[in-house]
Design a protein around this ligand. Structure first.
Ligand code: BDP
Length: 705
C-alpha cells in the first residue's frame, strides 16, 4: 500500500507539473479514510509544505516508527514532495514529535500543564520555535498520545484546515475505547456482513496477515485503544494455550498502535477446558483456576486488557447456573485479573422471562439491585437501548441508575437490524441522539454522554464498546459507507459530545471528495439515512418486526422458541390497535427512567412521537400530534421512507463522474437494493397491519396499495 500510494502521489505531482488534471485512480476502498489524496489548491499546498516540511522523530520505539511512517506517508501523499524523517531539526517548518521523557526539546517548552491535561493518550499540537526554527510540535506524556496527535495533525490537512498557528490540547473523554469482534474461531463472524474474520486462526501465530497493521492504523487514527478478538458467545477454546499464543501474535502487531487486546471468556471455561466439575464462582477451585489462567495469559500478553463476559444470556453459562449473582460471577474473574491490571467487562444483555413479562425491563431489574457489589475492576457493559440494537430505541434506563458501578456503553457498528451491509445507514445521528439523551440521574443535563464519560457518577473507570463491522472484504465493511460508522464510532468514543454532522463531514472529505457539491450531497444522504431506515422499517417506535435473518420484514413472525423473539410480542397489533403499553397502566417500564422523563414517556401528550408505539398501545384512529390518525401516520412514515430511499439513489446518481467509477458503481448498486428493500418493507408491513386496521393504505387513490 505504501509503495502504491507513493507512486500515485508522484505521478500526480508530475501531472500537475505538466498542467494536466490529476488522473482518476482506481479505488477499492481499502485505504479507508487514510487515502491522503493530493492537495489541489496550490496556495494551501505551499502553506502546508512550509509548516510540514519534514518530520523530526524523537521516539526510537516501534510506536515512534509507526508515527514517522504515517506522517511520511500522509504528508508525501498530500503534499506531493518527499518528506525526510530525522532525529534532529534540520529545516524550517519541521514537525517535531515526541514525549518530554524522550525529548529534551519537548521537555524544555514548559508545557507541563497542557501535557497534563492531555494525559497519556491525548496530545498537544502547537506551533513553536525550537533551535531557532519554526516547528509544529506534536507532544504527549505517552507515546500513544503522540500517535493520536500525529493522526489528528494529518486529519487537519486531510480536511484542508489551516495548520499555522496551532494550539490544540485534546484528551479522550472515555478510557476504554474498544471494538468488540463477534468473530468465531472458524473464521465466521456472528452478525458480520463484510466477509470472513480478519484473524486467521489457522495460520496464526506463525503467519500474521500484514493487513492487521492497516487495521491497527485505522483504529489508532480514531483513537481506539483496545479490541476484543472473539465472539461474546465465546468458544472456551479461545482461552487454551494455542489460542492464547495466536492472540499474542495479534497483540504484538497492534501494540505499537496503542491497541491492547481483550478476550471474551466463556464462564464455564473451568469446567469445559479446565476439567473441574464446576464453574461455581464461589468454589475455591474455580477461583484458583481463573487466577492461574490470568497468570498464563499475562505471561504471553503482558499488556492484556481483560475479559468480556456474556453470562446467563441467550443460553450462555453463568453464575446463576449455581444460584449465584452476576456480581459473584464478575468478581471471581476480576480478582484473578486485578494483580495484572486487567478489567472485566460484564454484559448486562440479559432477559430471562422469569424476571418480568416485558423483556425490556429485565436487565434493569437484575442489575440495579447489584449496584455497588462489583469489584473496582469490573465495568458493566450495557447496550444503548433496553432491547437489542433496534433502528430506534430509547436509551437503556440502566444509564443513570447505577451510580456505584461503572457502566460502559455498547453500540453496534455492524448493521444487524439496519440493513446489514446492503443499506446505507449513517449511525452517527443515532449515536448522537443516544449520547445527548438526558437521563436526569443528577438533575437536568445528566446526558448519557456524561454518564458514560464518568462525570455524572464520578466513575473511576470509563469505557465504550462498538460491535465491529469489519471483515476480510477488500473495503473492510462490505458497504463503502459502513466505513463511516467505524469512523464515527471511534470519534464519538473519543468525544461523545461531537456532532454527527461534523464527523460525517470529516469522513466525507477524507474518504470521497473535497468538492463542495459532492460533500453537500453525500452529507445530506448520510444525515437523512437513519431516519429513512426507521421510516421504511419500524416507524413511530415500532421495533423487532423481523425474523431469523434480522434483515427482511417479518411482522407476522411468531417465534415458537420464545415469545420475546417474535415480532407479534412487540407490536401487538389487533383490530383495536397497535403498540406495547409500557406506561404505568401497562408494563410500567416507564418508571425505570428518572423523573421527569418517566412522566414524559408515560403521558401520551408528551411522549415523543418517534417512540410512541414503544411506550403506548393505541387505537388505529388515535389522533397524532403531527396530524391525522395513527394509521395514516404509519402509512405516511412508510411512504416517506420509501421516497427517501429512492431519492438517495437519484442524489447519488447526480455524482456520476465526480467519484471514482469503482466505488461509485458499488454504492449505486447497493442503493438500488436498499430502495427495493424499502419498498418491500413498506408493502409487507402495511399489508400486514392493514388486516387489523381495516383502513385503506392509499386513501387518496382509494385503492388498497
Ligand atoms: C443479538 C444478536 C446475537 C448476539 C446478541 C448479544 O442477534 O447474535 O449474540 O445480540 O449481543 O443482537 O449477545
Amino acid at each position: 500500500m505504501v509503495q502504491r500510494s507513493l507512486a500515485v502521489a508522484f505521478l500526480v505531482a508530475l501531472a500537475w507539473g505538466a498542467g494536466l488534471p490529476p488522473p482518476a485512480t482506481a479505488e477499492t476502498g481499502y485505504d479507508l479514510w487514510l487515502r491522503y489524496t493530493p492537495v489541489q489548491d496550490a496556495a494551501l499546498r505551499d502553506a502546508y509544505r512550509r509548516s510540514a516540511s519534514s518530520v523530526v522523530m524523537t521516539l526510537g520505539s516501534p510506536t515512534g516508527r509507526a508515527i514517522a511512517d504515517e506522517l511520511k506517508r500522509g504528508l508525501e501523499g498530500m503534499l506531493g514532495a518527499p518528506i525526510r524523517v530525522s532525529a534532529r531539526i534540520e529545516r524550517e517548518g519541521a514537525v517535531l514529535v515526541g514525549t518530554p521523557a524522550a525529548s529534551r526539546l519537548i521537555a524544555g517548552f514548559g508545557w507541563a500543564d497542557r501535557l497534563e491535561r492531555a494525559g497519556n493518550e491525548g496530545f498537544v499540537i502547537r506551533s513553536a520555535f525550537a533551535e531557532g526554527r519554526r516547528v509544529t510540535v506534536i507532544a504527549s506524556l505517552g507515546e500513544t498520545g503522540a500517535l493520536h496527535g500525529a493522526f489528528h495533525f494529518l486529519r487537519l490537512l486531510q480536511t484542508r484546515q489551516p495548520i499555522e498557528p496551532l494550539d490544540i490540547v485534546e484528551r479522550p473523554r472515555i478510557g476504554l475505547r474498544l471494538l468488540n469482534h463477534w468473530d468465531n474461531l472458524d473464521g465466521s463472524i456472528e452478525r458480520g456482513y463484510a466477509g470472513r474474520s480478519l484473524w486467521d486462526w489457522a495460520r496464526l501465530p506463525d503467519v500474521v496477515d500484514p493487513r492487521l497493521r492497516d487495521y491497527a492504523r485505522a483504529n489508532a487514527s480514531i483513537g481506539i485503544n483496545g479490541t476484543v478478538l472473539n465472539n461474546v458467545n465465546a468458544n472456551p477454546q479461545s482461552l487454551t494455550r494455542p489460542y492464547l499464543e495466536k492472540a499474542a501474535a495479534i497483540a504484538s502487531v497492534l501494540r505499537p498502535y496503542g491497541i491492547r487486546i481483550f478476550l471474551s471468556a466463556n464462564f464455564a471455561a473451568p469446567r469445559l477446558i479446565g476439567r473441574l466439575p464446576t464453574a461455581d464462582p464461589l468454589d475455591p477451585r474455580v477461583a484458583a483456576w481463573w487466577r492461574a489462567k490470568a497468570v498464563e495469559v499475562y505471561g504471553l500478553i503482558p499488556d492484556f486488557g481483560g475479559f468480556l463476559v456474556k453470562a446467563n444470556s441467550e443460553g450462555q453459562p453463568g453464575p446463576q447456573d449455581y444460584g449465584r449473582t452476576h456480581a459473584d460471577g464478575a468478581n471471581v474473574l476480576a480478582d484473578a485479573l486485578a494483580p495484572h491490571g486487567g478489567v472485566v467487562m460484564w454484559r448486562a444483555f440479559v432477559y430471562s422471562e422469569k424476571v418480568d413479562p416485558d423483556r425490556v425491563k429485565r436487565a434493569y431489574m437484575e442489575f440495579v439491585p447489584l449496584d455497588g457489589r462489583f469489584r473496582d475492576n469490573v465495568i458493566v457493559q450495557v447496550k444503548n437501548g433496553p432491547l437489542d440494537f433496534q433502528p430506534r430505541e430509547p436509551f437503556s434506563p440502566l444509564f443513570g441508575a447505577m451510580p456505584r458501578t461503572p457502566l460502559m456503553a455498547e453500540l453496534q457498528v455492524t448493521q444487524e437490524y439496519l440493513g446489514h451491509s446492503n443499506h446505507l445507514v449513517y449511525l452517527g445521528t443515532m449515536w448522537e441522539e443516544f449520547f445527548r439523551s438526558d437521563t436526569y440521574a443528577a438533575g437536568p443535563g445528566s446526558t448519557v454522554a456524561r454518564v458514560v464519560d464518568g462525570t455524572v457518577h464520578r466513575y473511576r473507570r470509563t469505557g465504550i464498546a462498538g460491535v465491529a463491522n469489519t471483515g476480510s472484504d477488500q473495503n473492510w465493511t462490505g458497504h463503502h459507507f459502513g466505513q463511516a460508522n467505524w469512523y464515527a464510532y471511534g470519534r464519538f468514543a473519543w468525544n461523545p459530545d461531537l456532532a454527527a454532522a461534523a464527523i460525517a463531514d470529516e469522513w466525507i472529505q477524507m474518504t470521497w471528495s473535497h468538492a463542495p457539491r459532492v460533500r453537500e450531497t453525500i452529507r445530506s444522504i448520510m444525515l437523512g439515512s437513519r431516519e429513512a431506515l426507521v421510516d421504511y422499517s419500524m416507524p413511530l417506535g415500532l421495533h423487532h418486526l423481523i425474523g431469523g435473518d434480522h434483515y427482511a420484514p417479518m411482522p407476522e413472525n411468531p417465534d415458537p422458541r420464545r415469545e420475546d423473539w417474535s415480532a407479534i410480542y412487540y407490536h401487538r397489533a389487533d383490530r383495536n390497535g397497535i403498540g406495547f403499553d409500557r406506561t404505568r397502566r401497562g408494563s410500567g417500564a416507564v418508571d425505570q427512567y428518572h423523573k421527569p422523563l418517566s412522566d414524559r414517556f408515560d403521558n401520551l401528550a408528551t411522549c415523543p412521537e418517534n417512540l410512541l408505539l414503544w411506550f403506548h398501545r393505541l387505537p388505529w384512529d388515535h389522533r397524532l400530534r403531527s396530524g391525522g390518525t395513527l394509521w395514516e401516520g404509519l402509512v405516511r412514515h412508510y411512504d416517506r421512507g420509501v421516497a427517501s430511499a429512492r431519492s438517495m439513489v437519484s442524489a447519488w446518481e447526480g455524482l456520476r463522474g465526480e467519484i471514482d467509477p469503482e466505488r461509485f458503481e458499488a454504492v449505486l448498486g447497493k442503493l438500488r437494493i436498499q430502495a427495493a428493500d424499502a419498498e418491500a418493507w413498506r408493502h409487507k408491513c402495511l399489508r400486514y397491519f392493514q388486516q387489523f386496521s381495516g383502513r385503506p393504505i392509499d386513501a387518496r387513490r382509494g385503492n388498497q396499495r
